[in-house]
Every structure is written in structure tokens, then in C-alpha cells.
Design a binder for this molecule. Structure first.
Ligand code: KG4
Ligand code: ZN
Length: 339
């Protein structure tokens, strides 16, 4: 096997600064992240503060990554960075730093989409996955079903026409007076509840339609919660959580497996915060297994924003020689339209 090349990758799209060195066989030599607890005082990520903290963090983190891995800068073969979507001020810090590296050492620069990087984290867990495959990206802001024909050529075959799956977990939890984010709380409560307690409507439940719609489901959930007295709500919490969770994950499972089956796709890759949902992982795996389709999800430590997934998404581009010019810019556009 050819000697692997080394990719130095940067991730700074939101409030985590991360630096990784990954070889082109998807082996992670080092992956370091620095969180920004300073935002907690403001109840959300403060974009201006995030950019400034990235500036503070990125150089020491890179020093540590080189030191811990024992790699010298002269051994690095390419530099990778996520350039969209994200907070623009944060993205430009990683990009400017990556550009400086590439320019100073005469290395190719590879730019990638942050969301697609989440999908490619699956290759770190299992480098043997081969295209074609389906990817289901489910987070607080995105619900997309993507068909990868090759590692570099993909088509979005379905997406939400209104709310994202994660948003419904969060809004339902809020309406029930539970905390934020709602997904993990509902996941936990649902374990002791009955998913058939209430049949909330499933959006776009039509044959041949691979888009998702959650606004009707959301309205029905919130209207139902409003009819309950505090004591009834308390008594129904596990059953409600299980019914809400089932209404959210049913369309995800059904549409993903149907599309994969009809198009003879053997692998489904899960990504995004909702990919942590235990019922989704289990039921999607069981539904796909009936058709000998394998479901993959990254290790939990790789589900968070990190630079090793950026490197993983850069590997196919590196192998294909798809490099970016040094005047490339970052952009905050939502979605996965560009790799
Ligand atoms: O990808 P992510 O960490 O961030 C963005 O949306 O950018 O996803 C966060 C979403 C939240 O809506 C959260 O409620 C959901 O992922 N989530 C879950 C679980 N863990 C996180 N949803 C369902 N079950 C979970 N175990
Ligand atoms: Zn992310």
C-alpha cells in the first residue's frame, strides 16, 4: 500500500477551536480541541467573542498538536479547513490560519463543508466504507438525505421543507418544561414510555416523497401539551416523550431505508446531533438490516465539532487533487450544497 500523506486540519466554525493531523488512510495522529466556556455567561454563542477566542486558541493548539504527535511541519503534505457553514467571523480565523500555513510552506489548501465533514467522521470509525452510500444529516438546523455517488459527487435527495428534526426535540422539551437541548432529555425519558401512546402526525407521509416536514407534527405536539394539567403532564411525560420521539424518527427511518433499498445502496451514514438518539440508531439499524443495508454512526467523541472530521472530508479531495486557491473566502450559507 502507498505510504499515506499527512493532512493538518483546522475547525473553527462555531465555538470550538480544533486542530488535527490525520493520514490519508483515515488514521488520526492527533485531534485537539479547545472549548469556549466564556459564552455560558451570555446564554448562547457570542459571535464576536468566539472569533477573538479562536485567535487566542489556534496557535497554542497547533503547537500542542505538533508536539504531541511528534510530527514536524516539514512532514505535513496538505492543509485543510472548514469554510462553511458557520459563524463568518469564526470561519475566517481558521481559514486565515490555514492559508498562512499553506502559503508559508508551499502546501496545497483544501477547503471543505463543515456539515459534510460530520458525515466523513464515519470514515475515521470505519475506513472501509465505499460509495455509493446514503448520508442522513440530522441536527438542530438541518435534516438532509444525501446520496453520495462517489466520495466527491453527491446529490441531496430529500430535506426538510420547514423545521429540522432536532428543533422539534428542543421545542417539544421546552413546551413540556424540560431543559435544553431537548433531544437527550426526550431520548432518556422515552426509554420507559410507550411510543404508541399518541399518534402524532407524520409529515409528508407520501410514497415517492423524500422531503421531510415537521411543522404539523410540532403543532400537534404543542397543542396536545397545552390541553394537559400540570399533574397529567407529569404523569404522561415518559409516554409523551416516546410518542414525540417516534413521530420524529419514523419519517427519517422510513424514507432513508426506502431510498437506499430502491437504489441498491448498501450503506447509510448517520451524522449530526440527532444521530446520537438511541432509538434512531437502533430502529434505523434494524429496519435497514432487513434489506442487508448497513448503518454506520461515528464514535460519540467524533460527533462533536472537531478537526479530524475536517481532515477526513479533505482526504478524497487531496487524492483527487482538488485544491483551493489562496484567495478563497469563507461563507456562512446554510446547508451542504458545496463540498
Ligand atoms: O449537530 P448539533 O450538535 O448542532 C447543531 O444543530 O448545529 O445538533 C444539536 C441537536 C439539538 O437539537 C439536540 O436536541 C439534538 O441535536 N440531540 C438529540 C440527541 N442529542 C442531541 N436529539 C435526539 N436525541 C439525542 N440523544
Ligand atoms: Zn458541527
Amino acid at each position: 500500500m502507498k505510504e499515506p500523506s499527512l493532512i493538518l486540519a483546522f475547525e473553527s466554525s462555531c465555538d470550538d477551536t480544533s486542530v488535527a493531523i490525520v493520514d490519508t488512510h483515515y488514521r488520526v495522529l492527533v485531534n485537539l480541541s479547545s472549548a469556549q466556556p466564556q459564552h455560558a455567561a451570555y446564554g448562547g454563542v457570542l459571535p464576536e467573542l468566539a472569533s477573538r477566542l479562536h485567535i487566542n486558541n489556534i496557535l497554542p493548539l497547533t503547537h500542542n498538536a505538533l508536539q504531541q504527535s511528534g510530527i514536524s511541519p516539514s512532514e505535513i503534505d496538505a492543509v485543510a479547513v472548514a469554510i462553511n457553514p458557520g459563524l463568518i467571523g469564526s470561519l475566517v480565523v481558521g481559514l486565515a490560519f490555514a492559508k498562512s500555513w499553506a502559503w508559508a510552506r508551499g502546501l496545497p489548501l483544501i477547503t471543505v463543508n463543515h456539515l459534510l465533514s460530520h458525515i466523513f467522521a464515519n470514515f475515521i470509525t470505519d475506513p472501509s466504507i465505499k460509495p455509493p452510500f446514503m448520508a442522513l444529516v440530522v441536527s438542530g438546523g438541518h435534516t438532509e438525505l444525501i446520496w453520495f455517488k462517489t466520495m466527491l459527487d453527491f446529490e441531496i435527495v430529500g430535506k426538510t421543507v420547514d423545521d429540522a428534526a432536532g428543533e422539534i426535540f428542543d421545542k417539544a422539551a421546552k413546551a413540556m418544561g424540560l431543559g435544553f437541548p431537548g433531544g437527550p432529555i426526550i431520548d432518556q425519558l422515552a426509554k420507559s414510555g410507550n411510543p404508541d401512546f399518541i399518534q402524532f402526525p407524520r409529515g409528508l407521509n407520501r410514497k415517492g416523497n423524500y422531503n421531510f416536514s415537521y411543522s404539523g407534527t410540532k403543532t400537534a405536539i404543542i397543542n396536545h401539551i397545552r390541553t394537559l394539567s400540570p399533574s397529567d403532564l407529569q404523569a404522561q411525560l415518559p409516554d409523551l416523550a416516546a410518542s414525540i420521539q417516534q413521530a420524529i424518527i419514523d419519517p427519517l427511518i422510513k424514507k432513508t431505508v426506502t431510498w437506499a433499498r430502491q437504489n441498491q445502496i448498501g450503506d447509510i451514514l448517520l451524522a449530526g446531533g440527532v444521530a446520537a438518539n438511541s432509538a434512531l440508531r437502533q430502529q434505523l439499524t434494524e429496519a435497514a438490516d432487513k434489506y442487508k443495508i448497513k448503518v454506520h454512526f461515528p464514535g460519540l467523541e467524533l460527533c462533536m465539532d472537531n478537526a479530524s472530521m475536517v481532515a477526513a472530508a479533505a482526504i478524497p479531495k487531496y487524492l483527487a487533487g482538488q485544491f483551493s486557491p489562496l484567495d478563497v473566502n469563507a461563507f456562512s450559507l446554510k446547508g451542504t450544497r458545496f463540498l
